[in-house]
Design a protein around this ligand. Structure first.
Ligand code: KG4
Ligand code: ZN
Length: 329
């Protein structure tokens, strides 16, 4: 089965084609980073306008790279939720138009689900596993019992972790997106600032919840003092974030006796998180899976693959399907 996937939930216009026999046939991503860097974050209307401009050339390239014709496609998968609604609709309308023109079924995919299952493109992972989702819009922990059998354990009660990275980078005038810049800069720094580890201890109802807004404010106060070097601020911030993510994830793995952890979303590219979680989990006999770097941030390969899993079950939707800005997986 060949499934074409479309992703436009934020600021990447992406199309990919997954073949259940041959694997990934093409994976095209057109990024808008340069356009949004001026604003220090994604500007929704600009993103939508860019998606409109890019979607057909990206689609064209994905078909050419895969060296197939449109009629070879068996199903069209698309990111249905969550995301910027003005961005999502471009992908949804594009998917519907394509499905109509080649008379093939439509498969909706949840963006977070796609990030999680992107790990399966290169690894065979046994169920159940714990999923730590860390991106620009999400910080969540789930138990994944099987495809479409998910248990939500907790998530951020304010900022997402990637969002906190982007905001701290903005405070330090480092550019956008902040995650990779802070990750790199912190290699040169020392962990000299005392920063909070939010929700690590405290109320049981927040056992698996996260909070990064207070940490961000604590960093801002330090930036304003002009006492520390940017690399030391970056390092101290990153250590605080990584400690919280690692401890909460391992606590959940211990409580539910789960031996596999899957990390997903843009922040899964973070070097320190990769290093520390792998190291700490190993001590507990737990294996951690991270997506390869080209699948960490938004892409359509993850949508095409997850779409394939759903198409295999025959779960299609009709042309009146509506996208959602916010909806849980
Ligand atoms: O998954 P993604 O591409 O988009 C969303 O669905 O949100 O994630 C983007 C986020 C941005 O906030 C970016 O700063 C962060 O992922 N990110 C990183 C790293 N690479 C990307 N954060 C920390 N360290 C990185 N190496
Ligand atoms: Zn994403």
């Amino acid at each position: 089965m060949k499934v074409l996937g479309i992703e436009t939930s934020c600021d990447e216009t992406a199309v990919a084609i997954y073949d259940s026999e041959k694997g990934l046939l093409s994976n095209v991503v057109s990024s808008q980073i340069e356009i949004h860097s001026e604003w220090g974050g994604v500007f929704p209307e600009l993103a939508a306008r860019e998606h409109t401009k890019n979607i057909l050339p990206v689609l064209d390239k994905a078909i050419k790279d895969a060296d197939i014709s449109l009629s070879d496609i068996d199903a069209i998968a698309f990111t249905a939720a969550p995301g910027l609604i003005v961005s999502l609709v471009i992908g949804v309308v594009g998917a519907k138009a394509l499905a109509f023109s080649i008379d093939k079924p439509l498969v909706p995919v949840h963006h977070i689900e796609a990030h999680i299952f992107s790990n399966f493109l290169e690894e065979k992972i046994d169920f159940p596993f714990l999923a730590l989702v860390v991106s620009g819009g999400h910080t969540e922990l789930y138990i994944i019992n099987n495809f479409e059998d998910y248990k939500y354990l907790g998530g951020t009660i304010d900022d997402a972790v990637g969002e906190a990275y982007d905001k701290v980078a903005r405070m330090l005038n480092l550019g956008y997106p902040g995650g990779p810049i802070i990750d790199k800069l912190s290699e040169k720094g020392i962990c000299s600032l005392e920063l909070p580890r939010p929700l690590l201890k405290g109320k049981p109802q927040h056992k698996y919840n996260f909070s990064f807004s207070g940490l961000k404010t604590a960093v801002l106060k330090e930036v304003e003092k002009q006492k520390y070097k940017p690399e030391d601020i970056a390092k101290s911030f990153q250590e605080a974030v990584v400690e919280v993510l690692v401890k909460k994830t391992l606590n959940a793995a211990a409580e539910f006796n789960i031996k596999n952890i899957v990390v997903a979303g843009g922040v899964s590219a973070n070097k320190r998180l990769r290093e520390k979680l792998t190291e700490e989990a190993k001590k507990e006999g737990i294996k951690v899976y991270f997506p390869p770097l080209y699948l960490c941030t938004d892409n359509a390969a993850m949508v095409a693959y997850t779409g394939y899993l759903r198409a295999k079950k025959g779960k299609f939707v009709s042309y009146d399907f509506k996208p959602y800005a916010r909806i849980r997986m």
